[in-house]
Ligand binder design. Structure first.
Ligand code: MN
Length: 528
């Protein structure tokens, strides 16, 4: 880690985008560059024309719910019928399944943000003369039977940028249909919905995703959609950031599917008036608060289970019948943060004798590869480098835990990744630097907001603020005057901070209060 000048900060940030091929909406690849897009669009257009029944199957997270809203909005625009199902996480489980569509009179089924592993449903559709149009962005080693598959991650798809989310493929399907049907429809009008998915599904914010996120945030700022108005009202501003989506909005939309049913999120996004949107958003907020409480309780149990039994394990595997299957992924993330180890958390269903597990990786470890080598006792699994999901018999969990740890010991290890962008001199922290940093927004996955090490700074005052007194507010001395700094979830003693000289890790942010922009440091750690 070296000391950077402002110019060097600018150069490094700008170098992140030198390979970007798509830097404006006009440059985006055509929908028909996706393999089978033409085939899918032709079939759906024919169904619309012949008034054949079309059924849409989505998913319960932000990506899946926004995908459905995008497709439905287009169908409403053209006055065509489509019926939709979003599976319930607890009752139906993930993705298109036979039980979800058994007895349907649909002639065409479209999946969004799922379907690429729906082998049995694929068979069922074929046997029942239903044309299955799969649109998905997940990976599968073997493809299901289908009328056509639109997925940039499948073999032989030459779409130039594969890291797009389910809602982006749904958006592209709409673009393809609009083209095929020769209909006037403003694709930008859906970008306020789409941006939620790109950020919530943690897509890399480079290349075409960067363009769509930037435009999406712009559309959001002026959006008159009641749901967006309610969100902006809650935040008390019109300009929202990718961070607002990732940390504030997405968890609320996800809370619907995690706690009750994703239809609540869909109804919110499709609210017809502001009163309904406000009420709906307030309820999602309530569910999210409940989710947080459950998550805290589960985290405590998970820590106890791990510390009591398997503290030496390199890979954490814990399961309990008291765990909510909708929250296990987030608890796994918390374990990774606390112990710096890859973690798998399982919700046991006593009736079936099965556990649903969700895992999160740590550092450089490829969790999917690790699971692939230790999966003998696992009934089914899927996922990618950073996150996995699996089903396992309760009686097999111990064996699995030993196996995955043995495999890890043999051929995996954790490498510490230092994410510090560089060292900054306190004299360089000013509005010019803030301007440089802001010009490379939106920050997120693969365009991480730079965190700097700022050495030997003097703290003038330290206070705990906020409702629960968990936020630390510092005033820092600088040649340019005093700089405020904020640290969230600061649980340590603040007495030592007052008048202390410390090193801090922080990002350079802006705090807008009553229309006035103020430079503010967002502190991630303090070293006394
Ligand atoms: Mn997705």
């Amino acid at each position: 880690v070296k000391t950077l000048s402002k110019q060097e900060v600018k150069n490094i940030l700008s170098s992140r985008f030198t390979d970007d091929k798509f830097t404006s909406l006009a440059q985006l690849p055509s929908p028909f560059e996706l393999k089978d897009m033409q085939k899918g669009v032709d079939r759906i257009a024919k169904a619309i024309k012949n008034k054949e029944k079309i059924l849409l199957v989505g998913d319960y997270d932000v990506d899946g719910t926004t995908s459905r809203v995008i497709i439905e909005e287009f169908f409403e625009h053209i006055g065509a019928e489509i019926s939709s199902i979003t599976p319930n996480r607890f009752r139906d489980g993930y993705g298109l399944s036979v039980s979800l569509i058994q007895g349907t009179d649909a002639k065409v089924i479209i999946t969004v943000d799922n379907g690429i592993t729906s082998y049995e449903a694929g068979e069922y559709c074929q046997e029942n003369n239903i044309d299955l149009v799969i649109t998905d962005h997940h990976i599968a080693s073997e493809l299901p039977k289908a009328y056509c598959i639109i997925n940039p991650k499948q073999p032989k798809c030459t779409f130039p940028f594969a890291h797009i989310c389910g809602a982006q493929i749904a958006w592209y399907l709409v673009a393809g249909l609009k083209n095929k049907l020769n209909i006037d429809f403003n694709m930008s009008s859906l970008l306020d919905i789409l941006v939620l998915a790109i950020v919530a599904d943690v897509m890399p914010l480079v290349s075409m995703n960067r363009v769509l996120t930037q435009k999406g945030l712009e559309v959001f700022a002026t959006s008159k959609r009641p749901a967006m108005l309610a969100i902006k009202e809650t935040l008390n501003r019109d300009i929202i950031t990718a961070q607002d989506i990732g940390f504030g909005i997405a968890p609320k939309i996800n809370a619907a599917g995690r706690m009750e049913d994703a239809i609540l999120a869909i109804d919110f996004l499709k609210s017809q008036n502001i009163e309904q949107a406000r009420k709906s958003y307030a309820y999602l907020n309530e569910l999210n608060a409940e989710r947080k409480q459950i998550q805290e309780d589960m985290f405590k149990i998970a820590c106890d289970l791990y510390e009591a039994n398997n503290l030496d394990d390199d890979v954490i595997v814990v399961a309990s019948e008291h765990f909510n299957a909708g929250v296990i992924g987030i608890v796994a993330s918390s374990l990774v943060q606390k112990y710096n180890k890859a973690s798998l958390v399982g919700a046991i269903d006593i009736d079936t004798g099965m556990a649903k597990m969700s895992g999160r990786s740590c550092g450089n470890v490829d969790l999917f590869a690790l699971l692939n080598k230790s999966c003998e006792s696992v009934s089914s699994f899927g996922g990618h480098r950073e996150a996995v999901g699996l089903n396992i018999g309760v009686d097999k969990i111990d064996v699995f835990s030993k196996k995955i740890n043995a495999v890890f010991n043999e051929s995996f290890s954790y490498e510490n990744i230092d994410n510090t962008f560089g060292i900054l001199d306190i004299t360089d922290i000013d509005y010019e630097l803030l301007d440089i940093i802001q010009s490379y927004e939106p920050y997120g996955h693969q365009n991480e907001q730079p965190t700097f090490l700022i050495k030997n700074i003097h703290i003038i005052s330290a206070n705990k603020i906020g409702k629960d007194k968990k936020t630390l507010k510092l005033i820092i001395d600088s040649p340019q005057g005093e700089i405020p700094a904020i640290a969230f979830n600061y649980t340590q003693d603040i007495n030592k901070l007052e008048e202390a000289d410390v090193d801090i890790y922080a990002s350079i942010n802006k705090n807008t209060f009553r229309g006035i922009d103020e430079l503010q440091l967002m502190v991630s750690s303090i070293e006394l």
